[in-house]
Design a protein. Structure first.
Length: 201
């Protein structure tokens, strides 16, 4: 399966490249949280953005920039919504964005590559869950898996992960210039992993 091939390729990346991929995937999930905040007036995206910005800076200049990953994790946890009290589909992608960033921070804290791979799994699972919850009423249960596999959002998610892995495989080392380029890629793509448009700064 495509996602299994993607996961193995991620495992084969160097640590620094895995961190960049995880950061890129988290960036693509944050707009889902921002959309949820806008609709519900719950939460605050600043801790999510702050955590990612700190991590990007750390990866770009690891010797100069020190980050308290545990403290940022606490800040993200404080603004993570719960499905209880939010009876709407958007709560799940918002929760997933927070979960992915928290897992990323834990991975950086522990230097655990397994956490970085889990970010990719959370991103894919978030897309799958969104499609299933959105379309379950209209698609027979025995056809739902095929429906998900063929859905444009799921195929786009797989394609974007594979494209970024391919790009990072071609890069001999992570540098400040590479970080700047990848961050610009997120802006240029302009949509979240669920197809939501990024907010203009």
């Amino acid at each position: 399966m495509a996602e299994l091939n993607t996961f193995q390729r991620i495992r084969d990346l160097d640590w620094d490249h895995q961190v960049v991929l995880a950061l890129y995937l988290c960036e693509r999930m944050v707009p889902n949280y921002e959309f949820f905040c806008h609709i519900t007036q719950f939460g605050d995206a600043k801790p999510l953005r702050g955590a990612l910005n700190a991590c990007w800076d750390h990866v770009a200049q690891p010797k100069q920039v020190k980050v308290n990953f545990g403290r940022w994790q606490e800040k993200v946890d404080e603004v993570t919504p719960s499905e209880h009290g939010h009876d709407m589909l958007g709560v799940y992608p918002a929760m997933d964005a927070c979960t992915a960033i928290s897992i990323l921070l834990q991975g950086l804290l522990d230097k655990n590559a397994g956490n970085l791979l889990d970010v990719a799994k959370v991103s894919q699972a978030s897309v799958v869950k969104f499609i299933e919850l959105n379309d379950a009423e209209h698609v027979p249960a025995d056809e739902l898996q095929q429906h998900v596999d063929e859905h444009e959002l799921y195929q786009y998610e797989i394609a974007m992960q594979q494209a970024m892995v391919s790009f990072l495989e071609s890069q001999p080392a992570v540098s400040a210039a590479l970080i700047k380029q990848v961050r610009q890629m997120v802006i240029d793509e302009g949509v979240s992993n669920l197809g939501l448009q990024l907010e203009e700064d």
